[in-house]
Design a protein around this ligand. Structure first.
Ligand SMILES: C[S@@+](CC[C@H](N)C(=O)[O-])C[C@H]1O[C@@H](n2cnc3c(N)ncnc32)[C@H](O)[C@@H]1O
Length: 411
């Protein structure tokens, strides 16, 4: 078989893309097993070179789009396809939103839950230049990203997901960071601040090595240290705060627990509607930031430790509980403690539909899942954030959230 491909294809096949898999690849069928192909969309007729056959799937590369989808758009980034950071730039935002909703629905259905509770995805206020944080890898002085499969370094001058101040930092650092392996930039989209890590001293014409940066979310100002977690899409983080607040205020929000609190994002957003908030977080640097960010509120108590260790010891009644664990989801002991605390409602914020569905399966033994709202925190990629609204069986249903509120640009 002769083609100009850098590999000898097992076959050249023509077919119609039936679906998009969770990681954004199109799914076709070849030899009775799924054939995964990047850069194609559902409904498209495509010509594919089959590259490799694995036990359960095969992998191919698209040679030609024979009949394009009406949802196809020109990818705005010239690196799309070569860089593995974005998987969906060739899909219009409506399709991206449908795909992400479908992804959450599939995860719930696979866990035996009712997928009909998943609402249409809320879009990000901006679909490009939304990221406040970049972690670049430096190889032989070139700043870029490690791409997956094959694992090679791709130098990047301008990633269109990043705020322009990040691109500007890359331009200033070019040719001056030869001995580094990492180049990390975090900006305050609403404060104009920038933090570059590590410290490059006077080798850079701009300051670096700052210990933290400030950002504004939902009208609150946060200090964020280099090692602390912070939502990467500042404007869409407002939407998460809106959703969490909506769930928590559906019942009596006297005593609220914010578990996996980070630098205090949700605790701050809830401080004016709760009498008392207990925020639980195990990262020391995030706790230090939260101490600084929440001190002026007066009704937030911080507890440093693992949620699975601290939640079982919660004293007194809890009216509402927020869970925002890392990608792997909650420890089983944390979920059992949530059930034992019997809050009237739980807002579960998640960046991984599979671990969300697994944890919801346990929580729905005693709680009712009213709805799940996907939010497109990461446009152009396959990633999706979701907020699930749960209530105790004897509590009133949590109404569906209203339309996204306008974002909070002012500090
Ligand atoms: C997805 S982030 C959410 C942070 C915060 N809610 C926000 O919106 O910025 C998850 C946070 O949980 C913390 N974390 C991870 N495992 C934890 C555990 N077992 N117990 C408590 N906190 C944990 C991480 O340090 C991180 O700050």
């Amino acid at each position: 078989m002769t083609t100009s491909l850098p590999f000898e294809p097992l076959a050249i096949v023509e077919g119609i893309v039936s679906d998009l898999a969770d990681h954004g690849d199109g799914v076709l069928s070849w030899e009775d097993r799924p054939l995964m192909v990047a850069g194609v969309l559902p409904g498209e007729r495509v010509e594919v070179a089959v590259r490799k056959r694995y036990r359960n799937i095969s992998v191919g590369e698209c040679l030609r789009i024979l009949e394009p989808s009406p949802d196809r758009v020109d990818p705005p980034c010239p690196l799309f396809g070569r860089c593995s950071g974005c998987q969906l730039q060739h899909a219009g935002s409506d399709l991206q939103h449908r795909v992400k909703r479908r992804r959450v629905q599939r995860a719930l259905a696979a866990a035996g839950l009712d997928e009909r509770v998943v609402r249409p995805t809320w879009g990000s206020p901006t679909a490009l230049r939304y990221r406040n944080h970049a972690r670049f890898t430096v190889v032989d002085g070139a700043i870029g990203f490690m791409r997956r499969r094959p694992k090679v370094h791709l130098p990047v001058d301008d990633c269109l997901l990043m705020d322009e101040r990040i691109t500007e930092a890359v331009a200033r650092a070019r040719g001056r960071v030869d001995d580094a392996t990492q180049f990390n930039v975090r900006v305050g989209i609403r404060t104009g601040e920038r933090m570059i890590q590590p410290s490059f001293g006077d080798r850079l014409p701009v300051p670096s090595g700052q210990p933290h940066v400030h950002e504004v979310v939902f009208g609150h100002r946060f200090r964020v240290s280099a090692p602390a977690f912070f939502q990467v899409n500042t404007r869409a983080a407002d939407l998460l705060c809106q959703l969490v607040r909506h769930v928590v205020t559906c019942g009596p929000a006297r005593r609220v627990v914010d578990a996996y609190a980070g630098v205090g994002t949700f605790a701050a957003a809830l401080a004016d509607v709760a009498e008392r908030i207990v925020a639980v977080e195990y990262s020391g640097p995030a706790m230090d930031d939260a101490t600084c960010n929440l001190a002026h509120l007066g009704n937030v108590e911080l507890r440093c430790g693992a949620a699975e260790d601290l939640l079982p010891d919660l004293e007194g009644p809890v009216d509402a509980l927020v869970l925002d664990p890392p990608r792997r989801g909650c420890h089983r002991r944390a979920l059992e403690a949530v059930v034992a605390a019997r809050p009237a409602c739980v807002a579960y914020v998640s960046c991984d539909p599979a671990s969300l569905a697994r944890d919801l399966r346990l929580l729905t033994r005693t709680y009712v899942l009213d709805w799940v709202q996907p939010v497109d925190m990461f446009p152009q990629t396959h990633h999706v954030e979701a907020v699930a609204a749960l209530r105790r069986e004897d509590a009133s249903p949590i109404p569906p959230p209203r339309a996204p509120a306008p974002t909070y640009e002012a500090p």
